[in-house]
Design a protein around this ligand. Structure first.
Ligand code: AMP
Length: 398
């Protein structure tokens, strides 16, 4: 099990201390500046409430979107700070910077229990470059650093990795929970342990499938990546999406772990990539010329349901079809329902932006043992990779 210093450490006196708290509040914001989903702000509340209750002076940091090292008006943290303030019922002051005398003065004036919010870290090129100078300046603002941003811990960014070289650093409650749940599932899963993988690309999941195949009892595969596997077995996938340069990797996986990998037996195919397309259900090996597979078929759903109903540990990442179109959401929603119905009887862990949004669309938000805030971070952790943000904590100063 990964060990890192925890902010709940009894010897850590937080009262009167300035705590730099890195959260991932990278929420979607529409053109009018409105936050369309505040789940990531809500997930951070437990840690922030804990710090406030302990009398810490909390300085929240996050990135939003991909401003690429320059100021983008629509991506300021102000809207996020306001939403946080409403959810907490506690004043949260948003600043327009992160370093410099104005910020230093504002931090110096803080009283116990107060909360400040720094500007979008990615307005500063040093953030994504893991720049040590930027990290040192951030660190100089506080007494302690807390990383609670699991979803960005696979990135070596200044406020995630380099900062830990300059200030005593701890894991936040959310980060701890995320790692604990995933590590438990990976290291000592109750069996049967099944993993359900979907999404568009197999390329980002090859290492993951390899690592999980030695640990899980079954890996259920849907989404467009099934077609790369089919292609490797010589099937004609017609106009379905697949990755030509990953066919041989898919072939290797099937040769090595064929007894564990479950591919769909039937697919919902469409004449064109549109919700109002003509659709058919065909066996996987018989996709008509020019048609494309956009969802798993009903026989596959039944087989997947059976596996899910017998499992004790279930991890799911990636939609099984083009769930954004109602005509091809059936497989994803059926699997979502099947997994949710196991919560309580089995450990059910889901993650990935698309999976969470599919689950919300299906009216199943909150119906799982754990919904990870991390997509890429979750996949890399399950792949067995070390996350820079977590490694930085384990090797930092305290
Ligand atoms: P990823 O980013 O790899 O998790 O992929 C998520 C995307 O995969 C979603 O937007 C789905 O619409 C898409 N997807 C799932 N199944 C298919 C499919 N059979 N054909 C094309 N796209 C798909």
């Amino acid at each position: 099990m990964v060990k890192f210093p925890s902010m709940k450490d009894k010897n850590l006196e937080l009262s009167g201390k300035v705590v730099l708290l890195r959260e991932d509040m990278n929420v979607p914001i529409d053109e009018s500046g409105l936050i369309t989903d505040d789940s990531r702000i809500q997930e951070a509340l437990t840690t922030i409430r804990y710090l406030v209750q302990k009398g810490a002076r909390t300085v929240v940091m996050t990135h939003i979107g991909r401003p690429g090292g320059k100021v983008v008006e629509n991506l300021r943290t102000e809207a996020v700070a306001t939403r946080l303030s409403i959810l907490l019922k506690h004043e949260v002051k948003a600043l327009r910077g992160y370093v410099g005398s104005e910020v230093e003065d504002a931090v110096k004036r803080m009283k116990d229990g107060e909360i400040l919010f720094l500007e979008n870290l990615r307005f500063q090129p040093g953030e994504e470059a893991n720049d040590d100078d930027f990290a040192r300046k951030l660190a100089a603002l506080g007494n302690f650093y807390v990383n609670d941003a699991f979803a960005v811990s696979h990135r070596a960014n200044a406020s995630v990795a380099a900062i830990t070289e300059h200030i005593p650093s701890y894991a936040g409650l959310l980060l701890e929970k995320e790692i604990k749940v995933l590590a438990a599932a990976l290291e000592k899963p109750k069996r049967p342990f099944i993993v359900i993988l979907g999404g568009a690309k197999v390329s980002d999941k090859i290492g993951l499938i390899r690592n999980l195949a030695s640990k899980a009892d079954k890996i259920l595969i849907g989404g467009a990546m099934m077609f790369t596997f089919y292609k490797s077995r010589g099937f004609d996938v017609a106009a379905s999406k697949f990755e030509p340069d990953k066919v041989s990797a898919a072939d290797d996986l099937l040769n090595e772990f064929g007894d564990k990998i479950m591919l769909p037996v039937d697919v919902v195919v469409a004449e064109k990539f549109a919700n109002d397309s003509r659709v058919e259900v065909v066996v996987a090996a018989e996709i008509p010329k020019g048609w494309m597979g956009l969802d798993i078929g009903p026989d596959t759903v039944e087989r997947f349901r059976r596996e899910i109903s017998e499992a004790q540990t279930i991890i799911w990442n990636g939609p099984l079809g083009v769930f954004e179109f109602s005509s091809f959401a059936g497989g994803t929603f059926a699997v979502a329902n099947a997994v949710a119905s196991m919560t309580g009887k089995a450990t059910t862990v889901i993650g990935g932006g698309d999976t969470l949004s599919a689950v919300e669309k299906a009216g199943l938000k909150g119906k799982f043992s754990h919904s990870s805030t991390g997509g890429g971070a979750m996949l890399e952790f399950l792949e067995g990779k070390e996350l820079p943000g977590v490694v930085a904590l384990t090797s930092s100063m305290p």
